[in-house]
Design a protein around this ligand. Structure first.
Ligand SMILES: [Zn+2]
Length: 302
């Protein structure tokens, strides 16, 4: 039997959403205090995995008090609307710039369809609108009390997306990074930067890494995927890769290489970092999406 929840610490669980049926690719985190909070939700098509994972650790849908999509990308907020229907006592907390897309996801669906295409979108599932009265907007920083001494600081962490937040647990200083740091899939010994369209901004992302470093976290919890205790390495490598991928893709763009060609070339680099002949399909999709985001950024800024 597949396990859906993994204990990280006394009150923190990693939920595997089994995105598109693949384990270890898209995670959500359940903070289990008197007021349980779900940080990230997975794709709309994986909402049942989230419910299963929560149930595995004794959290029923009606127990959940907060749902915190770190940003509106479909692998983080896609299931939020559907989950809220199952969670009558939950409110959504999101950055103020994310809120309009959560309440009315039509534009988000349109732009995601342009990036991923119709057939992939049907695998991801479409986000459902969230009633405005169930959403609380936050700005640069907010505190969240989860009961019994468990509290969190929600921080604005732009760069990957302008409306992204990360969550720092005040007691243990575990940092739920969202996509502010690179992708580290279990079993793949290489990082892939998180630089997708349409709003990746390298300067903001590097500034965010600096700000997160200042919080001196004791460990990182990544949506893609799992816990890391080598925070400094993860921060260093993320900043390094953002810079070097922007440089490399910029050179390829000047040579008029197509997206496919550029993605293939970057895939080879990641495979070689990882000491592999070829990358698994989910890693290829991540590389391609990140190359696409850099090209989009360069197009907008040239
Ligand atoms: Zn993501």
């Amino acid at each position: 039997m597949w396990a859906y929840a993994k204990k990280i610490s006394e009150r923190v669980y990693l939920l595997d959403t089994y995105a598109l049926g693949i384990p270890g690719t898209v995670g959500a985190y359940l903070l289990k205090g008197p007021k349980p909070a779900l940080v990230d939700c997975g794709y709309a098509s994986s909402y049942e995995s989230v419910l299963r994972g929560a149930a595995e650790v004794g959290v029923m849908p009606s127990d959940v008090r907060y749902v915190i999509p770190t940003h509106v990308h479909l692998d983080h907020a896609g299931a939020a609307g559907r989950l809220l229907k199952e969670m009558p006592n939950a409110e959504v907390i999101a950055h103020e710039r994310a809120v309009p897309h959560l309440i009315d996801p039509r534009k988000l669906i349109e732009s995601s369809t342009m990036v991923f295409g119709d057939s992939t979108m049907s695998l991801y599932g479409l986000p459902e609108p969230i009633p405005a009265e169930r959403v609380t907007a936050v700005g640069e920083e907010a505190r969240l009390d989860l009961g019994a001494g468990l509290s969190a600081t929600i921080m604005h962490t732009p760069g990957h997306a302008p409306h992204q937040v990360s969550v720092l647990l005040d007691g243990t200083r575990s940092l739920l990074t969202a996509d502010a740091v690179g992708i580290l899939y279990p079993g793949l010994k290489a990082m892939i930067p998180t630089t997708p369209p349409p709003s990746f901004n390298p300067q903001q992302l590097v500034a965010t890494i600096g700000a997160l470093r200042q919080t001196t976290p004791r460990g990182l919890l990544l949506p893609h995927f799992g816990s890391r205790d080598d925070s400094d390495w993860v921060f260093d490598r993320t900043a390094e890769l953002v810079e070097s991928w922007v440089d490399q893709v910029s050179r390829m763009r000047k040579l008029k290489m197509s997206l496919d060609q550029a993605a293939e070339s970057m895939e080879k680099g990641v495979a070689s970092d990882a000491g592999m002949e070829d990358l698994p399909i989910h890693a290829k999709v991540s590389v391609r999406t990140s190359v696409m985001g850099i090209m989009h950024y360069l197009d907008k800024n040239s």
